[in-house]
Design a binder for this molecule. Structure first.
Ligand SMILES: [Zn+2]
Length: 433
């Protein structure tokens, strides 16, 4: 044995002991993932978080109300973005057969198609423009019940819901307060045209009685990784402002307000990063969202699969597309905003009727509200174009901002919606005899 090797022996012995011990303890600490046991097909359906198992029998009222052609067209061109629905919905000439619990389950809901000899009217609890009698002069919205849903909660909740940022010494930008401000301007404008207007919220407080603390168990069971109490708290907060709050609003809209149309008001934004040192971008745009564009994993959830069916059968899409088209075109003309364009083959959005301002997306609010919903996403709050207008607040007339005489952004928003709705209902109602 060379002297060098002799000196290395104790070191080799120590290493020979340490390495296997290290592997042993590491393996104990991070055990190799076990192969999951093969699960028997589950009878209870997969559901969205805080979602309830649907009552499929409530769709019985829609038997023989829709033709195969209309059903397939709506399903494939508006309501889905993928092909995964084919595992859950089987279509033949007479009916659509929808799996109740999932791909492995033999239970189906059978929806019979309307035929030339058997067509029943679509039961629904809301009035389309074409349903309304001729409007009295100057009152194109007479007889129409509109609910305005000011997006987000605002106030002291704005930071939790991540709809808040501040630039230097500026006034903090808080989307939930801005949507409420537009709502307060919009309500009297629509009423002066004859509409009955209900507000889904009137102050910067949540509708849901739940709070993040009451949702910690759901957060733990949500399947999302939470490696610290702070991360778990953030999941519970998101369940509060995004999920529980929208579900509570839907209950209020569907069970109490029962409007003909809901306007969900939002201001768009780009990712701004640090809310106390936000990124400003130099583009602004406009788009309106209608319900549709369900992806494969959403359709795999029984409550969303049921909602998709219910949406198709209530025929809300046709009305949403008609109203939103007039409103979007008027809004674009009033504001001069270009359309926001989703990428081609977007995994969650579909273009509607070749109108660049209209997109179908599956949002909780436009899915859960029973009647037609127009979800407005104008402006970009953290843009160099709109931020100075937001800082200027609400005012009468025009002011010079960015070198141009401009209306208050809140009034422009309310005026554009009002003019768009007035134009649509003026043109689409039955003409006076
Ligand atoms: Zn928003």
């Amino acid at each position: 044995m060379s002297p060098l090797l002799k000196r290395a022996v104790p070191l080799l012995v120590v290493m020979a002991l340490i390495i296997p011990a290290g592997i042993y303890f590491a393996a104990k600490r991070f055990p190799a993932a076990k192969t999951p046991p093969i699960e028997a097909p589950s009878i209870s359906p997969a559901l969205s978080i805080l979602g309830e198992p649907p009552d499929w029998t409530s769709l019985e009222v829609f038997q023989y109300t829709i033709t195969r052609e209309d059903f397939e067209r709506l399903l494939t061109t508006v309501f889905t973005v993928g092909e995964g629905w084919r595992e859950l919905i089987v279509i033949d000439d007479a009916a659509a057969h929808i799996r109740i619990n999932g791909p492995q389950d033999p239970d189906f809901f059978h929806l019979r198609f309307a035929t030339p000899t058997l067509t029943r009217p679509t039961p629904r609890g809301w009035k389309s423009a074409a349903d309304l009698p001729p409007a009295p002069p100057g009152k194109p919205l007479e007889g129409l019940h509109i609910a305005i849903d000011p997006g987000h909660i605002g106030g002291s909740w704005a930071k939790i819901e991540a709809r808040w940022f501040v630039v230097g010494e500026g006034t903090p930008v808080c989307e939930g307060d801005m949507t409420l401000q537009v709502t307060q301007l919009l309500k009297p404008r629509l009423e002066s045209l004859g509409a009955k207007v209900s507000l889904v919220r009137t102050k910067a407080e949540p509708i849901t009685p739940l709070r993040p603390e009451s949702l910690l168990t759901f957060a733990r069971d949500s399947g999302e990784a939470a490696d610290s109490p702070a991360a778990l708290q953030r999941i519970a907060e998101r369940l509060f402002y995004r999920t529980a709050e929208i579900r509570a609003r839907a209950k209020l809209v569907n069970d109490s307000i029962k409007p003909d149309l809901v306007l969900c008001l939002h201001f768009n934004a780009d990712a701004w990063g640090d809310p106390t040192n936000p990124t400003l971008v130099d583009r602004s745009h406009l788009h309106f969202l209608l319900n549709g564009g369900y992806n494969d994993s959403e359709i795999a959830l029984a409550d969303q699969r049921y909602s998709l069916l219910e949406k198709i059968l209530r025929r809300t899409h046709e009305e949403e597309a008609l109203v939103a088209s007039s409103v979007a075109n008027t809004f674009a003309a009033v504001s001069g905003l270009p359309p926001f364009i989703y990428p081609p083959n977007s995994p969650n959005a579909r273009p509607v009727n070749d109108n660049p301002y209209l997109w179908a997306r599956n949002l909780l609010a436009n899915r859960l509200y029973d009647c037609p919903v127009i979800f407005a996403e104008p402006y970009v709050m953290n843009s160099t174009i709109d931020y100075p207008r937001i800082q200027a607040g609400d005012y009468e007339g025009t002011r010079e901002i960015n070198g141009q005489q401009q209306l208050s952004i809140f009034r422009e928003y309310a005026d554009a919606l009002t003019q768009g709705l007035a134009k649509h209902y003026q043109q689409s109602r039955k003409p006076a005899e």
